[in-house]
Design a protein around this ligand. Structure first.
Ligand code: ATP
Ligand code: MG
Length: 328
């Protein structure tokens, strides 16, 4: 087994305690389709970091390499409270790695799986933070391309007015743009297609508005408990993103104001020209649609089972509770 292979695909426990590029690996945090993320100790600065080791096959792909170098530099240059700071990106023994701030908490995927859909006020609070990160990235000429719950990290906020602090991560680290069908040349699946914009699928040039679409899919899921398009297989899902109208959000959450439906219809428009020009304008429209509509503290579906006439449980309202959960 070559060293690069063992670095990436070795059992997690084999890397714990090892040193890689000046970092001592402490614990595996998680893994996706193309990388493993570890909590590690930066031995030079004596601080904890998240160290992401990318699959060796990506280092051999010239397009990916170029993008990795370019986009990790660009992401590192953005100093934004809702973008995970990148400390270093490089290569060691044929493995690309990226060292970044370790975010204590969990990713939004884990959170939604655990909590189900979030109340509108919480959803808007989380969405606004992600939107500000995306818009800042766009102002720096960077398109994320892979906005999804797994790339949104939720940690403890500063106070009761800001119960959670949300970070966006993984700029440009997507294999999707390397293949139109969601599969690489060797037939490996590149990850979820739930949030992919029509123009990404058809191979057209993408800009900030592809992130508006992906982001709107994520916000839809935060509120509905599922992404806009549910299909049995990937081809049907790709077709739906390109040609099917998204279902109204209120079909899944009848308690929400119907005014939210046209907001999602616009954010999820097939033609990028028809979408909101930025993520924050989308969130502003969403906030306006939720405000005064009786939905601010409306119950999430998981809590809708109360029989008619029964007293509602007393506050605190769920929107005021932090959604932050400790990583287990
Ligand atoms: N900076 C960080 N601090 C703490 N945890 C992190 C950090 N970055 C990533 N993680 C955790 O590591 C997990 C794996 O990340 P990774 O990016 O490899 O996978 P993914 O985003 O879920 O899927 P994909 O491979 O499709 O990108 C994340 O879901 C997240 O929980
Ligand atoms: Mg990721």
């Amino acid at each position: 087994m070559s060293r690069e292979t063992s670095l990436f695909s070795g059992r997690p426990s084999e890397l714990v305690g090892q040193q890689i590029a000046g970092y001592r690996i402490e614990q595996e945090i998680g893994r996706g389709g193309m990388a493993v993320v570890y909590r590690a100790r930066d031995l030079r600065l004596e601080r904890t970091v998240a160290l992401k080791l990318l699959a060796p096959e990506l280092a051999r792909n010239d397009t990916f390499r170029r993008r990795f170098t370019h986009e990790s530099r660009a992401a590192a240059a953005i100093d934004h409270p809702h973008i995970v700071p990148v400390f270093e990106a490089g290569e060691t023994d044929g493995v690309l790695y990226i060292a970044m701030r370790f975010v204590a908490g969990s990713d939004l995927r884990h959170l939604l799986d655990r909590e189900g859909p979030l109340p509108p006020a919480t959803a808007v609070r989380v969405a606004a933070q992600v939107a500000s990160a995306l818009d800042a990235a766009h102002e720096h000429g960077l398109v994320h391309r892979d906005v999804k719950p797994g790339n949104i990290l939720v940690s403890r906020g500063t106070d009761s007015d800001h119960p959670e602090h949300v970070y966006l991560t993984d700029f440009g680290l997507t294999k999707k743009s390397l293949s139109l069908t969601g599969f690489t040349t060797v037939g490996q699946f590149v990850g979820t297609l739930d949030y992919v914009a029509p123009e990404q699928i058809s191979g057209k040039p993408v800009d900030a508005r592809c992130d508006v679409y992906g982001f709107a899919c994520v916000v839809f899921e935060i509120l509905a408990g599922h992404p806009p398009f549910l299909r049995d297989d990937d081809m049907a899902l790709l077709w739906a993103h390109q040609y099917d109208d998204p279902p109204p959000l209120t079909e899944s959450r009848p308690g929400l104001p119907p005014r939210m439906d046209p907001v999602f219809a616009k954010a999820l428009a097939k033609n990028p020209d028809d979408r909101y020009p930025s993520c924050l304008t989308f969130v502003a429209a969403l906030r306006a649609a939720t405000a005064g509509g009786g939905a601010g503290a409306g119950p999430a579906p998981a809590r809708m089972g109360r029989p008619p006439g029964e007293e509602a449980p007393k506050p605190p309202p769920r929107w005021a509770e932090p959604v932050f959960v400790e990583r287990t």
